[in-house]
Design a protein around this ligand. Structure first.
Ligand code: ATP
Ligand code: MG
Length: 138
């Protein structure tokens, strides 16, 4: 199964659409609730990062019998130092983003904790690609 979503930078009310749709699909497939929670948390953080930090992006989710593979590709400023960005508490969020309740610098660490595989590729000045893979049985 394959699902696609679009995300627009700054659209905080739209963040969470993909994760809630994917949650419904995984429930129907009888994936374990604990695994669903891990997937939804990681995907939600990825969605919010596009909204908070990029211009626009798209999400692709591929589901097969053993795993979900999610790619989130955006057009935006990119991440100059991925290792630093992965540090708990590191954030470049604007004051506007902080007013919305985001910018604790916990999104990427949370994605790392919740996904089985997290890959980030980024080009400064052009955009970021995040790959999240989670297996249904551990
Ligand atoms: N898609 C992205 N495009 C550009 N920069 C990003 C992207 N995702 C993350 N970053 C950079 O990495 C930093 C850390 O991201 P992380 O998600 O951990 O924290 P945050 O988004 O700042 O705050 P929080 O997720 O806790 O609300 C961001 O502040 C930003 O500098
Ligand atoms: Mg974040």
């Amino acid at each position: 199964m394959n699902f696609n979503f679009k995300i627009n930078g700054g659209d905080f009310s739209g963040a969470g659409r993909a994760s809630s749709d994917i949650k419904k699909v995984l429930k129907k497939l009888n994936v374990h609730p604990k695994i669903i929670k891990r997937i939804v948390v990681a995907l939600y953080e990825a969605e919010v990062n596009v909204v908070a930090h990029a211009k626009k992006g798209s999400i692709n989710a591929e589901i097969d019998s053993e795993k979900i593979r999610i790619t989130v590709v955006d057009e935006g400023p990119g991440i100059p130092d991925i290792k630093k960005a992965m540090t708990e508490g590191f954030s470049t969020a604007s004051s506007k983003v902080r007013e919305m309740g985001f910018g604790a610098g916990m999104g990427l660490p949370n994605m790392k904790k919740n996904a089985d595989v997290l890959n980030i590729k980024s080009n400064v000045g052009s955009g970021t690609m995040v790959e999240l893979i989670t297996f249904f049985k551990s």
